[in-house]
Design a protein around this ligand. Sequence first.
Ligand SMILES: *Cc1c(COP(=O)(O)O)cnc(C)c1O
Ligand code: SF4
Length: 336
Amino acid sequence: MNAISSPQRLIPAWQSALTEAFTRPAELLEFLRLPADLPALKLAQMREFPLRVPRAFAEQMEKGNPRDPLFLQVWPQAMEAETRRDYVIDAVGDLAKLKPGGIIHKYHGRALVIATGACAVNCRYCFRRHFPYGETRASRNHWKGVLAELADDDSIEEVILSGGDPLSLTDDKLADLVEGLAGIPHLKRLRVHSRQPIVLPERVNDDLLDWLTGSRLQPVLVLHANHAQELSPAVAAACERLKRAGVPLLNQSVLLAGINDSLDVLKTLSERLFESGVLPYYLHLLDRVQGAAHFEVDEAVGKALVRELAGHLPGYLVPRLVREIPGKPAKTWIAW
Ligand SMILES: *Cc1c(COP(=O)(O)O)cnc(C)c1O
Ligand code: SF4
């Protein structure tokens, strides 16, 4: 062996973990000890939005249970191929609002940046499952354009890094971007929307904490968990690190049929989130995106659930029931 080792670029643990994610349906079924012939979408129909499940998330699923609430979030069911007139490609009207470079500025004071199309997990109910991410590229030149646009509009006080999952980008790239953002005087807050601390808790490492808390911008992290079973000890530890670093933690969920549409599941989710230092923020009614109709929970049922939840929990543990209605100045709160 050569005694002189060349300086190697260290691959962070989370990136190795990402490459080990399940992408073949047969392998996931075998891991979960589920029948190999479990009904599924045909492979050819999966191409646009393939199966993708990090190991850490699969490990939280109950073996041998085809109705497991985490498995149901990621398993491509045959029903996805059914088209319905009221379930569309761009459910929330984002495409009309998308500016070149990947900025969506729908709400006053907040601009959302589609930082990347990549996700660690592919959630079958995702409203961006048909999003044409092709144009968003996390290169330095690309960021220059984004920064110039943000600098140009001094009504913007908060930048929301979204996607895809913005934490799919390397910490080098994110640190670079945040440095640029911090140089725009009218920006005050840096918000990150990510599901990675939940499905890939390794992602919360020192480098991430450095750029998230190391600029003059006030950070806030909005997580995305739908069920208490997602909150493993590793996830709780990741939240603890973020909390200790001074990052306020919020969570948004989507109300999903057969997954979290019961008082018991929602109550436990809120309680467990709080044990990890996370406050429930939004409970979204499903965006009507093509292929996700089997996840829909009726609005009346959603209202009744949140009303019951409010009867059982302190107010700060009751998420706001919201729906995204294109053209509105904010997410629409659904009064219960
Ligand atoms: C949801 C969303 C936001 C954030 O809305 P908040 O109510 O502040 O959480 C901002 N921009 C876009 C385009 C959004 O879809
Ligand atoms: S992580 Fe978020 S953006 Fe990615 S597939 Fe899941 S819901 Fe969609």
